[in-house]
Design a binder for this molecule. Structure first.
Ligand code: ATP
Ligand code: MG
Length: 587
């Protein structure tokens, strides 16, 4: 009874009869769920919403989560990571120390205890784990170390949506590595990357690893593990090269510009022109009869409340992630209309770099290559032609701050970039020493010298991942679970519970499969076959066994994979083997 089936943990004591568990399926479309995966979890009786972004996991979901968490545990353990549990509620002062208290802003839920000490509901645990290690690790002999947990996270997300995909309370596996030197760190990082591939593969999910922005996490480099989907759930845009293996989140993707904009003409004299009624790039380029790429947009932002401007070519989009990294600001926001008017002394839409004092100018590399471009004149309905960097204004900083787009050239080869959509299931961050320095996690190296520990952090969405899977694995009737994260492997359906023959056959199959360690959900309801079939398709267990009078007369039952249209007839005494065979075959 204790032998695990391919799905991982087996809990023989758990009831597996429909009437004794709780699976509140719903017929109607749920108004508050935009995504198919969210619909299916609600309608299949997997989850219920308690508040915005806060869900209760019902018995079926509980089993799915346990299955996936178990896979994650096994692979983390195999990679040498040690499981611990850190509190959700942590003292705010460590978040102050790391500097993330302010960066996290309103995402960070805070509260005071009865002694007026401030606490935070952790949305991630770098601070907590680093303070732990700071108190424990003294010598290089105690390294490397990899600690992980599967724990509740809380983030007061600005737009909780899509059910478990972007909740406020959710489950995450978070691992943290501690190493004495770069070589050892690289090895630790690589081990996590490999564990991730194995985890998602075991869960039946094909993922792609892409380069990612390090964002608020800080640190040197990062990767994300994406499930590619072409539904609205894919809230991440990924750039792929059609020739080499370059793949990066658009937040980070580099590119070579394909537009022909290089001009070696002489610098012409500046000229202020009237552009009545034209405030947008389209308006101005139409009015002046030039291509948008002749124009340069001046976008005003506040970087930690100091005014900055991004100068990007008219045909390209500012990439706020690259821009924020260039400014080094903890908090970057667009300037308000009032701030723009105060800084430029003109209405919104006419900002330009010439004479714009007190504003640091961040110039995109493509602008720095251009000559004789057109900018706003910091005056109502006026632009300036033939503006040149270095002659007419100075840049505080020049770097790539725009987004790659479809058709741009790959940064690594001559291939072309194109976009796909994905859902981020997990990520890996090279943190460097940001947290160990801030929180004093140091060790003595073999020469007796004190050094900060090199860190990495590694997340996987334990509740997001199973829902994301459904964006890929479903049809118009319901869910099609990958077998290793399905709540049960088999759904057993006697068509008539008032037929003693059918019940006898069902009971026998149920016991035989259970004895072999296979999880079976026995639909023992006294309902019409149609109801049972609809529910079976909806909740999506990988394998269905149907017992009806017709085939039972020949001592046979029907066996069907949820993912296939066809069924096969199987001898009553060969059901176990047939189920095992089919289980091997399905995803
Ligand atoms: P995102 O860009 O989607 O907001 P993130 O970069 O904030 O994700 P991390 O902080 O690194 O993500 O969290 C690690 C993992 O936790 C993510 O890869 C994702 O699977 C999961 N996760 C993050 N935020 C949520 C959320 N609000 N709801 C459910 N799962 C989440
Ligand atoms: Mg986030």
């Amino acid at each position: 009874m204790s032998e695990p089936h391919p799905g991982g943990g087996f809990r023989p004591t758990k009831n597996m009869k429909w009437t004794k568990t709780y699976i509140p399926t719903l017929r109607e479309k749920q108004a508050d769920a935009e995504l198919i995966s969210h619909q299916l979890l609600l309608r299949g009786g997997y989850i219920r919403r308690l508040a915005s972004g806060v869900y209760i996991y019902l018995p079926l979901m509980q089993r799915v989560i346990e299955k996936f968490a178990q896979i994650v545990r096994e692979e983390m353990d195999a990679a040498g990571a040690l499981e611990i549990t850190m509190p959700v509620l942590c003292p705010a002062d460590i978040w102050q120390k790391s500097g993330r208290y302010d960066v996290a802003g309103k995402d960070l839920m805070t509260m005071h205890d009865r002694h007026e000490k401030e606490f935070v509901m952790c949305g991630t645990h770098e601070e907590t784990v680093t303070s732990l290690v700071a108190g424990e690790v003294k010598s290089y002999r105690q390294l490397p170390l990899n600690l992980y947990q599967i724990q509740v996270k809380f983030r007061d997300e600005i737009r909780p949506r899509f059910g478990l995909m972007r909740g406020r309370e959710f489950l995450m596996k978070d691992a943290y590595t501690f190493d004495a030197n770069q070589e050892s760190f690289k090895n630790s990082y690589q081990k996590m990357v490999e564990a991730y591939y194995t985890i998602f593969k075991r869960a039946g999910l094909e993922v792609v690893k892409v380069e990612a922005d390090t964002g608020a996490m800080g640190g040197e480099a990062a990767h994300e593990f994406m499930l590619l989907v072409d539904t609205q759930a894919g809230d991440q845009t990924i750039m792929f090269c059609d020739k080499c293996d370059y793949a990066a989140n658009i937040e980070k993707a580099e590119f070579k510009d394909s537009a022909e904009n290089k001009t070696d003409s002489d610098e012409l004299s500046m000229e202020t022109v009237d552009t009545p009624g034209a405030a947008t790039i389209e308006d101005v380029s139409a009015f002046l009869k030039v291509k948008p790429q002749k124009l340069v947009k001046t976008l005003l932002y506040m970087a930690d409340d100091k005014p900055v401007a991004a100068l990007v070519r008219g045909d390209r989009e500012l990439n706020e992630f690259k821009f924020k990294n260039a400014t080094g600001a903890a908090v970057l926001r667009m300037a308000s209309a009032a701030e723009v008017e105060e800084l430029t002394k003109a209405p919104v839409g006419f900002a330009g770099p010439v004479g714009l004092s007190n504003v640091k100018l961040y110039v995109d590399s493509l602008v720095s290559d251009a000559k004789n471009f057109i900018v706003g004149a910091n005056a109502n309905e006026k632009h300036i032609k033939n503006v040149n960097l270095g002659r007419d204004f100075e840049a505080s900083h020049i770097s790539d701050i725009t987004s790659a787009t479809n058709g741009d050239c790959c940064p690594n080869c001559e291939g072309k970039l194109s976009t796909k959509r994905g859902i981020e299931l997990g990520n890996t961050f090279m943190l460097g020493t940001k947290y160990s320095e801030a929180l004093g996690a140091k060790f003595l190296n073999s020469d007796g010298k004190e050094q900060p520990i090199l860190m990495g952090s590694y997340g996987i969405g334990i509740t997001r991942t199973p829902q994301a899977a459904l964006e890929r694995y479903c049809d118009d009737k319901g869910i099609i679970w990958p077998k290793n994260i399905a709540p049960y492997l088999v759904q057993l359906i006697p068509l008539k519970m008032d037929s003693p023959e059918q019940v006898k056959a069902a009971d026998k199959i149920y016991e035989d499969l259970r004895k072999a360690g296979i999880e079976v959900l026995y639909d023992d309801r006294n309902d019409r076959p149609g109801v049972k079939f609809n529910d079976a398709d909806l909740i999506g267990l990988p394998i269905r066994i149907t017992i009806g009078d017709k085939s039972l007369k020949d001592n046979k039952v029907e066996l069907k994979a949820r993912s296939e249209a066809d069924m096969e007839l199987v001898d009553l005494d060969k059901v176990l083997e047939a189920v095992q065979r089919l289980a091997e075959k399905v995803n």
